[in-house]
Design a protein around this ligand. Structure first.
Ligand code: ACO
Length: 399
């Protein structure tokens, strides 16, 4: 018999649901999405209010502990994080082993895994103190890891985090500062980053979060689970799309293509070309994050006084696609990644670093979901079934 989804099938007690389009893997109280209405809420708070008013660490606290922190709670939470943002000195050697051209996402995933080896006495998922320690250390050290992955890729010296700086400030200085000069922070860029991180902070059971939960369901430690999430995020259909969008826009500009003929190529399925940054498994009307980001892209690009050629191409692609039957029929709209790359580029980030920025934003969500799963009395090891379509039984040939 056939189930409710277009591709769903049931055989015996097993339901085949490719890509899990109709299958919920868990109950969750963290994030609410209504894809038809374009609604996204963290713990009940609308995303646009959080993006405008909250800081990233407030949102991290909200996602992980279930409520916005009081002033005292926020300053304690912030202190615990900033005092742990340095890496063990031997971690520096680890980075030096990677080839210069390594992709920051691969180095970041390796670094997160390596954190477990430096915290070997605090890995028990059933010990609340260990879980708390991993939570704080991951939040504190992932930005340092990401910045070192970047510094390694360009061959620049590593900097130490500074306790007097805020979370986003520290990360920007670690990425772009140098040891001999004071790094000047632009408050507008800092605020834009807070917003971008908040918009990425959780998105219920997406590919990387489901991976974190799946690995965690075997009771693997939080570092191992989050490292798996970083790897899942790296693919171009997920977090890697922000890099792919910018490469696509650059290709259109450099080859002098016009937007309309590029979209004709996308519509010709045999070309294998997709309009990167368009389409979403859940949002079928608009992605509320993309709406907020588009506004910021305009502001930041004009403030940076950069050439807006890529933004112009993006706007033209969007305008044509939203009127075109191919995209309208399939309900394809710009997703969160369509405009983020343009902002990151205007801020001076190289393309290969974009997805690591997404990972830093998504980290609180991964942690919150991992913890929620562990605390769920109905929690079980993730173990999907399959529908076997191979050979029937046959005998090994006699020689
Ligand atoms: N360009 C062209 N056609 C597309 C696109 C696109 N970006 N996205 C979907 N389609 C088409 C598909 O070819 C399919 O057409 P068909 O019905 O004629 O076969 C139809 O729209 C439905 O698409 P699916 O791939 O079945 O949708 P799914 O929910 O599996 O995929 C996904 C969602 C992966 C996001 C897809 O839209 C895509 O590949 N987008 C481009 C990559 C991207 O931007 N990823 C970032 C997602 S957001 C995030 O991770 C933060």
């Amino acid at each position: 018999g056939y189930g409710i989804g277009a591709l769903m099938k049931t055989t015996g007690n097993t339901t085949l649901d490719p890509g899990y389009t109709n299958t919920a893997s868990c109950e969750s109280s963290i994030t609410f999405i209504d894809g038809a209405k374009g609604i996204l809420r963290y713990r009940g708070y609308p995303i646009d209010q959080l993006a405008e008013k909250a800081t990233f660490l407030e949102v991290a606290h909200l996602l992980i502990y279930g409520q916005l922190p009081t002033d005292d709670e926020l300053s304690e939470f912030t202190d615990r994080i900033t005092t742990r943002s340095m890496l063990d000195e031997r971690m520096r050697d680890l980075f030096r082993c990677f080839p210069r051209r390594s992709h920051p996402m691969q180095v970041l995933a390796s670094g997160v895994n390596a954190l477990a080896t430096f915290n070997a006495d605090a890995l028990d998922p059933h010990d609340p103190e260990h879980v708390e320690s991993a939570t704080i250390r991951l939040l504190a050290q992932m930005p340092t890891l990401a910045a070192y992955a970047y510094k390694n890729s360009v061959g620049d010296p590593f900097l130490y985090p500074q306790r007097r700086l805020g979370y986003v400030e520290n990360f920007l200085r670690l990425s772009f500062g140098n040891p001999t000069e004071e790094y000047e922070l632009d408050p507008a860029v800092v605020r834009a980053f807070e917003t971008l991180f908040i918009l990425h902070a959780d998105h219920e059971q997406n590919c990387s979060t489901s991976t974190v939960r799946m690995v965690g369901s075997s009771q693997a430690n939080m570092y191992a689970s989050v490292a798996a999430g970083v790897n899942a995020l790296s693919g171009p259909l997920h977090g890697g799309a922000n890099q792919a969008v910018l490469e696509m826009l650059g290709h259109i500009r450099d080859e002098g293509l016009d937007a309309k003929s590029f979209l004709d190529k996308v519509k010709d399925k045999s070309s294998g070309v997709k309009l990167m940054g368009f389409g979403h498994r859940v949002y079928k009307n608009f992605d509320p994050r993309a709406v907020i980001i588009k506004k910021h892209a305009h502001e930041i690009l004009s403030a940076a006084g950069k050439s807006n050629k890529l933004l112009d191409i993006a706007l033209e692609l969007e305008e044509i696609a939203l009127e075109d039957d191919y995209f309208v029929e399939r309900k394809l709209y710009p997703n969160v990644d369509f405009y983020t790359g343009l902002i990151y580029e205007a801020m001076g980030f190289p393309t290969s670093y974009f997805t690591a920025l997404f990972a830093l934003g998504r980290l609180p969500g991964w942690i919150a979901q991992w913890r929620e799963q562990l605390a769920d009395p109905a929690g079980k090891i993730g173990r999907p079934r399959q529908v076997y379509i191979g050979e029937p039984e046959r005998d090994y040939p006699s020689k």
